[in-house]
Design a protein around this ligand. Structure first.
Ligand code: SAM
Length: 243
């Protein structure tokens, strides 16, 4: 389903996975996989994540705001409910089914079916760019590098990018052990896939190096106070372009 044909994409096709979820599940939280392994909806977690995005990205309603990998609009909808988004809000996702749902859910924003590395085709620059829970679904490192280059290119001077909820390579073994130890996993809310953990896991150094490649500062953000006990397996990254 990807459009960036020049990039080798032979990893697990997460876009296809989420496309299947968008067709199979009507509840947006279930479609976006905001569910615990036991099948409970993560509404409190989304509230906390929204607060974190507001704290670090500081969106205001006059911003040109872009969410990449917006899914069916769960995060955008939560941000819109807090009054921090305005009419210059856009969302892209590689899954047409997700974008169909997002258009119904977040009426103030405009949406396009597009993959992260093609974002330059929007022909616009943005003040704030969010990728929340997306980077680990981007197939391969070379694709991530290409996508980040495109994404930083569409950031306005003085703008910010938040790469949120990135799986921490240093915690992968602990995470795998935790998943294996779970007594109950509700498979009725999952789409069959090869295994559970084909994500990309990232070293923090990968992002610190970005600061040397782009005219931007890079800050690693640790997570504190999120409900559900998952926060320590992930970190976030704030990129600020020079004004
Ligand atoms: C876990 S969902 C996150 C949705 C949204 N960010 C939120 O928090 O509500 C991950 C999303 O990434 C999208 N995705 C996967 N690969 C992508 C790519 N190459 N370009 C853009 N989106 C992609 C999937 O289709 C899916 O909707």
């Amino acid at each position: 389903m990807k459009q960036a044909k020049d990039i080798n994409l032979d990893g697990f096709d997460w876009g296809q996975y989420y496309e299947e979820r968008s067709r199979r599940f009507t509840d947006p939280l279930v479609a976006s996989e905001y569910i615990t392994p036991e099948g409970k909806l993560e509404s409190a977690l989304i509230e906390a994540m929204t607060g974190f995005v507001i704290e670090h990205l500081a969106p205001v309603s006059t911003d040109r705001f872009l969410e990449i990998g917006c899914g069916c609009g769960v995060m955008l909808s939560s941000l819109a409910d807090r009054g921090v988004l305005g009419p210059e809000t856009s969302g892209i996702d590689v899954s047409p089914g997700m974008i169909e749902k997002a258009r119904l859910m977040v009426t103030l924003a405009t949406f396009e079916v597009m993959d992260a590395a093609s974002v330059g085709k929007l022909g616009k620059k943005f003040d704030k760019i969010l990728l929340w829970g997306v980077l680990h679904y981007l197939d391969r490192r070379d694709y991530v590098t290409a996508a980040l280059r495109e994404i930083t290119d569409v950031l306005r001077p003085g703008g910010k990018i938040l790469l949120g909820w990135v799986p921490d390579a240093d915690r992968k073994d602990d995470y795998v052990a935790w998943r294996k130890s779970l007594p109950a996993v509700d498979h009725s809310l999952r789409t069959p896939r090869k295994a559970g953990l084909e994500w990309l896991w990232f070293e923090k150094a990968f992002f610190r190096d970005l600061g040397n490649r782009y005219p931007a500062s890079v800050e690693i953000l640790e997570h504190r106070g999120f409900p559900g006990g998952l926060e320590h397996y992930f970190f976030s990254v704030l990129i600020r372009s020079e004004a």
